[in-house]
Design a protein around this ligand. Structure first.
Ligand code: 5GP
Length: 237
């Protein structure tokens, strides 16, 4: 079913399938940060992220969120709908961390009274600059209606995920979403995993996400394994 490679990104490779409306996404062990300037590999990272992402997509689907996820084709490969990716990185923020604390006078750890949704232009060439609606529409990356829908879906996903991850012992300071167009409809695409979320252990405050790699904070594979143990315990039986 899986055919030739369509595209290889920094952490995932996309393959065509027999069906032009479906693609296979392979989660790899490679890691990059800072627009690809820092690179490494982490054992079993692709496996843990694929399984965590699968579980979260399944959970969101049950909650009424449409996603590109169809099925797993192997431990590290996901069958998805072929969507047209909207070139906007949508970042719901609940607790200040990362770039927002560097760009604005907001202290790390500040709990936002309501989630802050940041839209960035998905472009390594321009280093993902922040967008507003007018710029996004002027560039032709989305319509006002699509942006309104994307914001509303992002807030709903954030609500669901904060509660879900709280029940697993995590805080969710922020995370990155990507959306796609499928038959004229906006659906959640890409992945939701330790690579795309900030996850802090609720009792220790420790990072259990890609910040471990970005800022050399310890053993990434071990932390991702612990996240997988809490979210997808069934894969350890
Ligand atoms: P920040 O804006 O602080 O760099 O990132 C905010 C959140 O979005 C973090 O959880 C981070 O992991 C995620 N994020 C933002 N941009 C990217 C990106 O290009 N790739 C990945 N994997 N995550 C991103």
């Amino acid at each position: 079913m899986k055919k030739e490679q369509l595209y290889s990104g920094k952490a995932k490779t996309i393959y065509k399938t027999d069906d032009p409306k479906k693609l296979v996404v392979e989660f790899r062990d490679s890691l990059t940060a800072f627009d690809g300037k820092k690179k490494s590999e982490a054992a079993r990272k692709g496996y843990y992220n694929a399984q965590i992402s699968r579980k979260i997509f399944e959970m969101l689907e049950k909650e009424g969120i449409k996603t590109h996820y169809i099925d797993m084709v192997s431990d590290t490969e996901m069958l998805v709908d072929a969507v047209e990716i909207v070139l906007i990185e949508v970042i719901p923020r609940n607790i200040a961390a990362g770039s927002i604390t560097r760009k604005y006078p907001i202290k790390e750890g500040t709990v936002f009274k309501k989630p802050v949704v940041v839209l960035d232009y998905k472009s390594d060439e321009y280093s993902d600059p922040m967008l507003n609606e007018d710029i996004a529409v002027a560039m032709g990356v989305a319509t006002y209606e699509e942006i309104a829908q994307i914001r509303s879906m992002a807030l709903k996903i954030n609500d669901i995920l904060v509660k879900y991850l709280d029940s697993k012992g995590f805080l969710l300071p922020d995370f990155k979403l990507e959306f796609g167009r499928k038959d004229g409809e906006i659906v959640l695409a890409d992945e939701i995993s330790c690579d795309t979320c900030r996850l802090w252990d609720k009792s220790t405050g420790q990072s259990m996400d890609k910040d471990i790699f970005r800022f050399d904070k310890g053993d990434l594979s071990k932390a991702y394994e612990e996240v997988a143990r809490r979210i997808v315990p069934e894969i350890f039986k």
